[in-house]
Write a protein that binds this ligand. Structure first.
Ligand code: ARG
Length: 465
């Protein structure tokens, strides 16, 4: 049992907290990373307190100086935590009081750890949203660069059900992932907006009898608005849930890229060769080169989905207003953001350095069966209803697969098709003929690349604003 005199609430308590209570209760190991935000929020709070006449200018200056010292100690890791520092808020207040004495003991005037932690977390999330958007944007830029490099020359089989379907340009395939990531970047922009409301001034749950000015602290902290309802302000973790969802969906998108790298780097596909820097060997099998980065990115989607499920379960059924359960919001948030950032950076490096085997891709894309739909569409242009055209071509495919003759031969010999139609099966024809807007051929690719560049440009603007 520790000394009751060390706790923030010691007046009411004759005995100190049990060691078992502290072991369960302490959050310092993970909420330490809110230290910069805690100092920032405290600076704004103290500045406001002086402006409304609750602190004298001298008191404010003493506290601000102490906060500067705390910030410096935390930054250069000379800050000494003590056993009674339950969380980062407790630690900062204790140290400020040590440094600034009686003035320091006024720092928590009109404030609760409930509005304090919500403020810190909103500041943190707003920043994290930018980092996540930036990491995804970086990966988009790599995909765009690789797509531009592959250009209109390189095609590969496009798949549905992981079966050869129709050929598409490699650039088109790479850009499909770019657009999914673009929606993630937009989602992170919305997360930044969701976090952009100041809860400071809500107190423990009901505001204060002191003449606090929550609009002023909101302004000092660069928030666009303050809370409208103090009960909601201290208990709302929607912005955390939205952030973890944004991370989970982005990680799901990364996992799909990861899965394709795993498949494409297999001997069976042979579409990519990994650079040494982004591959791993085997401790036993000397010949191996493994796509562990891609596998980890894929695997970690499960982890981030777990962060989201765990967080929502924590929030479910919580009565108003603050409940200590809410301390459980931080680890999933931090984990989801850390995981996404690490995955995004690693995948960007991997894709930047991957070597595409364009001849293996071209060999797959040259499979004449991938032009079957184009044969049916040829018949449609001659006036045949699509369903009938589908059946005519389907029968030729079946006969070719049964070994009667090559599909090319059968098409050339078929009176309704003939040699004009057979050329549609030649390598490169099907991809060249995909001309509709947003489609997989060279003509729409030019517009798509322009649109992708413009989209990245807009997001780059947001990231630097
Ligand atoms: N460490 C706490 C958290 O993360 C801070 C708020 C504590 N509030 C309280 N009433 N015990 O939620």
């Amino acid at each position: 049992m520790s000394d009751a005199g060390n706790t923030l609430w010691h007046g009411r308590f004759a005995d100190g907290p049990a060691d078992a209570l502290m072991a369960l209760s302490v959050s310092l190991s993970f909420d330490q990373r809110l230290a910069p935000e805690d100092v920032e929020g405290s600076r704004a709070h103290v500045t406001m307190l002086a402006e409304v006449g609750i602190l004298t200018d001298d008191e404010r200056n003493a506290i601000l100086a102490a906060l500067d010292t705390v910030a410096a100690e935390l930054a250069d890791e000379t800050f000494t935590f003590v056993a009674s520092d339950e969380d980062i808020h407790t630690a900062v207040e204790r140290r400020v009081t040590e440094l600034a004495g009686a003035a320091g003991a006024k720092i928590h005037t009109g404030r609760s750890r409930n509005d304090q932690v919500a403020t810190d977390l909103r500041l943190w999330t707003r920043r994290a949203a930018r980092s996540c958007a930036a990491a995804l944007h970086e990966l988009q830029a790599v995909l765009l660069a690789r797509a531009e490099e592959a250009g209109e020359r390189v095609s590969l089989p496009g798949y549905t059900h992981l079966q050869h379907a129709q050929p598409v340009l490699l650039a088109h395939h790479l850009l499909a992932h770019l657009w999914a990531l673009g929606r993630d970047v937009e989602r992170w922009q919305r997360v930044a907006t969701a976090a952009d409301v100041s809860p400071l001034g809500a107190g423990a749950l009901a505001g204060s009898s002191l003449p606090l000015d929550p609009d002023r602290t909101a302004e000092l902290l660069g928030f666009s608005a303050r809370f409208e309802n103090s009960l909601d302000a201290v208990s709302d973790r929607d912005f955390v849930a939205e952030a973890v969802f944004a991370a989970a969906l982005a990680q799901v998108h990364l996992s799909r890229i990861g899965e394709e790298i795993v498949l494409w780097s297999s001997t069976e596909f042979g579409f990519v060769r990994l650079s040494d820097a982004y591959a791993t060997g085997s401790s036993m099998m000397p010949q191996k080169k493994n796509p562990d980065v891609a596998e980890l990115v894929r695997g970690k989607a499960g982890r981030v989905i777990g962060d989201l499920a765990g967080l929502l379960a924590t929030l479910k059924g919580l009565p108003l207003a603050y409940n200590r359960d809410l301390q459980e919001d931080k680890e999933p948030l931090f984990d989801a953001v850390d995981t996404l950032l690490a995955s995004g950076h690693a995948l960007a490096g991997l894709i930047a350095g991957v070597e595409f085997d364009t001849s293996a891709m071209a060999a797959g894309a040259a499979n004449p069966y991938l032009g079957a739909t184009d044969l049916a569409e040829y018949l449609v242009r001659q006036g045949t209803p699509f369903r009938d055209a589908h059946a005519i071509v389907g029968e030729l495919v079946r006969r070719a697969l049964d070994g009667e003759a090559s599909l090319m031969h059968l098409v050339a010999a078929e009176p309704r098709l003939g040699p004009d139609a057979a050329v549609l099966l030649a390598p490169g024809a099907a991809v060249a003929n995909r001309t509709t807007p947003g489609g997989g051929g060279p003509t729409p690719l030019r517009a798509q690349i322009d649109a992708a560049r413009a989209s990245l440009q807009r997001d780059a603007q947001w990231l630097t604003d």
